[in-house]
Write a protein that binds this ligand. Sequence first.
Ligand SMILES: [Zn+2]
Length: 325
Amino acid sequence: MSFAKIYGHSRQIDMLRQTMTQGRVAHSYLFSGPDAIGKKTVALAFAAALNCADAAGSDACGVCASCRKMTSGHHPDLHLLATQAQFLRIDAVRGIQEQMAFKPLEGRRRIFILDDADKMNEQAANALLKTLEEPSADNILLLVTARPYWLPQTILSRCRHVRFSPLSVQTVARFLTEQKKEEPSRAAVLASLSGGSIGRALELNSEETMAFREALGRLLSDADQGALPRPIALASFLAQDKREIRRGLAILKSFFRDALVFRETAAASMTINADALPLVSALAARLTGEDLLHNIALVDKAHETIEMNVNKSLTLEAMAFKLHL
Ligand SMILES: [Zn+2]
């Protein structure tokens, strides 16, 4: 993996490259930001760049022996620590300390990537703190986490903090069209539902998601003559799969957002759900701009509330009854 192949995160990558060209690489970094947006990918590219045989550049060449081993995950100086368990334990940190006593085996630096670093228990964190207090020039620690606030302040203060944001919708869509050869219209829909995460967009890329979106669209359409009042039908549809509520809300919001855009521009090309134009234009005709803004705010609010683990069905019903439909 090289920096050049990464989609987005250009500000963070530029900063890391600059520290390399200026010879100011720190001993420990904290990469923080939402889950599954590419923090670990950037950490791996940084590790590869730091050990690439083409030492003049600030990116991995991808072809030298070091880069090839980094890519295959077999570089003896790259240590990726992650735990499937609840905690990252002290043995793992002790292992790091033992390694650090020796020179790197092949590369210029030995790199430890601690994924989900917030999972360290107290003992492990204390041991790691000792390591951070006695840095060694040959070793670099990269802590990766979506929850930096769970790490002790003493650790945070000893790491250079690099903050990552979700990717833009355009960047995710570009990845899908360029790397996965998706149709631009489908890529736009998936990207808008991905929350700025390529991993999430790939997860959503299924016929099931597309069928779900179609069914949700039908519930909003003028032709809907279901047995249940529309808000009840909508709330129970969104609640049917508890793990996928966020996906449902993202799709619902995208319909309201599209209707708002379509009201203003009458341009299908500006919409996310360009393939569902009859529904988008019907919503745009049926609802005012104010209605649509009101609905978008309600969906956002429901999303926030559900993130806080409040009763999901109740939240969805409360939202559905307030929507202007
Ligand atoms: Zn290389």
